[in-house]
Write a protein that binds this ligand. Structure first.
Ligand code: TXA
Ligand code: MG
Length: 321
């Protein structure tokens, strides 16, 4: 970014009542604050305040056409912001709070700042299952727009230190509640009539969602529906090679199961553990002295689908950096 931003001394505070109160005060003053969720750390601001939302885009260097996820405390709050069809209500009842984001039509005349949804007629809603963001939502009493708390295009943060490295000096506060549970961003779904469509794979299996909602599985529509689907995203600063079983001398090898490396996503071939460790392993690889990164094969099953989705994007040629 060439524009001069107001500098912030970035404080890190451990989660407690005082830290939550300070986070809420800053957010109600119109500033963005990094807050952990069960997936990754988010950069949260008042979704009803246009100036506050614009500060998220500034701090991340995020293009204005890329809409944000709006976080809510529960289904009632979601219902006030958007038109929830029966399938959406069923999924919310069963999976919220949790790692499922639903793209649904905005309610006409609703309070969400237009820039939060990049002017779209839809809004992405999620009720997160984490004590820190739930406490901040309750203390603010309004919906919070929160993308992942990293500079645009970079690796999502699973620890407070990752946020500091990426956004230090650009935001006033990071609420630290340790490493996140899932370590990978939420599953995003959209609705097309009765059918649900997968916009971004994540911790919750799409097939399960489709079955639970008792709707037929839709085709993923052609074209970019969620800008997180841009080919290059979640990118480390070094070239990344997939399906590696051995490393070249200048490569940092991230192993999985039987493939041992400089690091391992999971020695025991456990996919949940691998998801939780993925972004942290990419951060470590980026910080290592090697020029390039290689990653062992990960099975395309369960949350392995989301892991491979993020890895393919991290390996893709960079058009937007
Ligand atoms: O787990 C998560 O989802 C984390 C935590 C903080 O909640 N958030 C997150 O936000 O990953 P972000 O901004 O990094 O990714 C949100 C994705 C983007 O790809 C965006 O384009 C898409 O959601 N999105 C948001 N609103 C949308 C809309 N109305 N229609 C289609 N896609 C939308
Ligand atoms: Mg992101």
């Amino acid at each position: 970014m060439t524009r001069q931003e107001a500098p912030h001394a970035t404080a890190i505070r451990r989660y407690d009542d005082g830290a939550v109160a300070e986070a809420a005060r800053l957010i109600l003053d119109g500033l963005p604050v990094a807050v952990p969720t069960e997936t990754v750390y988010g950069l949260a601001a008042d979704a009803t305040n246009e100036a506050a939302v614009s500060r998220i885009f500034e701090a991340k260097g995020r293009p204005a056409f890329n809409p944000l996820i709006v976080h809510v405390g529960g289904v009632e709050q979601a219902d006030a912001l958007a038109e929830l069809a029966d399938a959406a209500k069923t999924i919310a009842r069963l999976y919220w709070p949790g790692a499922v984001t639903m793209v649904v039509p905005r309610r006409a005349g609703g309070p969400i700042a237009p820039s939060a949804t990049a002017g779209l007629g839809t809004v992405a809603l999620r009720c997160p299952a984490h004590r820190a963001i739930q406490a901040v939502l309750a203390a603010c009493g309004r919906p919070l727009a929160a993308p992942s708390a990293n500079a645009s295009g970079g690796i999502s943060p699973t620890r407070a230190e990752h946020v500091l490295r990426s956004l230090g000096g650009r935001i006033p506060l990071i609420l630290d509640d340790g490493p996140t549970e899932h370590g990978i961003e939420s599953t995003i779904i959209g609705f097309d009539g009765d059918r649900i469509t997968l916009l971004r794979p994540g911790p919750v299996d799409f097939a399960e969602l489709a079955a639970v909602a008792q709707v037929s599985k839709g085709e993923t529509p052609a074209g970019v529906q969620a800008p997180g689907q841009l080919p290059s995203h979640y990118a480390p600063s070094k070239p990344l090679r997939l399906n590696a079983t051995t490393a070249a001398p200048d490569e940092w090898l991230i192993g999985f199961g039987p493939v041992k490396g400089d690091d391992s996503l999971s020695d025991k071939s456990n996919l949940g553990e691998a998801a939780a460790r993925l972004f942290e392993a990419l951060h470590r690889a980026d910080a290592s002295g090697r020029a390039a990164i290689a990653v062992a094969p990960v099975p395309e099953a369960g949350v392995g689908v989301a892991i491979n989705d993020r890895l393919r994007r991290a390996a893709a040629p960079r058009f937007i950096r």
